[in-house]
Design a protein around this ligand. Structure first.
Ligand code: NAI
Length: 245
């Protein structure tokens, strides 16, 4: 492969989809990972191809290490070494603690936090060998400031931040940069589910007085993954309209 290879997890819709399309546009061969939405993932690939980009789709649940390992082995064999990993797959299961089940706590941790570990571990050997690579973990402002009803989600996203810093230290000597992006309130299907009242309360906390778009996140991911950010590692970059300043 002449082009660099990027794996974007949870890329069948929302922020992941926009990141995948953007990376393909700037020349990456993109693996559009999805958990179950085959049709949506194929549509993302069609869009990539239509705009002259290259890629493939791959079904895999990031919460299961053996599945992740199989996916990475397949990509490495068929396409080449993954240069960029974007750990984007994420879920919410919001509930006040008193009503939150142990299962809902574990599920969110398994996808958001363990999924990030699983994908990172699986690409590590080949990235180390290449002595080159970039990992971008999609965290959240909720991991920085917390939120009512999101104890599981906040813990998983704060965990991603801690993991990012530990990984950045562990991988720096191999010339691999690891950074986290913490989006604020971005318009996607995930946030569509919130009630108007909740949305209004959030808007009051955004100095730029508007919601973010998946493009706002993709702009940052494109930059932080690129060589222009070659001296940046272990950072948490918020793209949140000033929400957490
Ligand atoms: P979304 O729900 O639209 O997309 C999430 C994607 O992850 C979906 O394609 C879903 O199929 C995939 N996914 C879920 N579980 C998976 C699994 N086990 N294995 C593989 N893929 C899986 O959500 P959205 O809004 O696009 O969020 C993307 C990321 O950005 C998530 O990590 C989310 O926590 C984070 N984020 C989103 C914000 C927002 O305002 N939308 C704010 C801050 C962070």
């Amino acid at each position: 492969m002449d082009s660099k290879i990027a794996l974007v997890t949870g890329a069948s819709r929302g922020i992941g989809k926009t990141i995948a399309i953007r990376l393909a546009k700037v020349g990456y061969y993109v693996i559009v990972n999805y958990a179950s939405s085959k049709e949506q993932a194929e549509k993302v690939l069609e869009e990539i191809n239509r705009e002259g980009g290259q890629g493939m789709t791959y079904q895999c649940n990031v919460a299961v290490y053996l599945e992740v390992e199989k996916m990475v082995k397949h990509i490495t064999k068929e396409v080449g070494t993954i240069n960029l990993l974007v750990n984007n797959a994420g879920i919410t299961k919001d509930q006040l603690v008193l009503r939150m089940t142990e299962e809902d706590f574990s599920k969110v941790i398994d996808v958001n936090l363990k999924g990030t570990f699983n994908c990172t571990k699986a690409v590590t050997r080949s990235m180390f060998k290449a002595r080159q690579g970039s990992i971008v973990n999609i965290s959240s402002v909720i991991g920085l400031v917390g939120n009512i009803g999101q104890v599981n989600y906040a813990a998983s996203k704060a965990g991603v931040i801690g993991m990012t810093k530990a990984l950045a230290k562990e991988y720096a000597a191999r010339n691999i940069r690891v950074n986290a992006v913490a989006p604020g309130f971005i318009e996607t299907e995930m946030t569509d589910e919130l009630t108007e009242e909740v949305k209004k309360t959030i808007m009051e906390k955004i100095p730029l007085n508007k919601l973010g778009t998946p493009e706002d996140v993709a702009d940052l991911v494109e930059f932080i993954a690129s060589d222009k950010a070659r001296y940046i590692t272990g950072q948490v970059l918020a793209v949140d309209g000033g929400m957490t300043m």
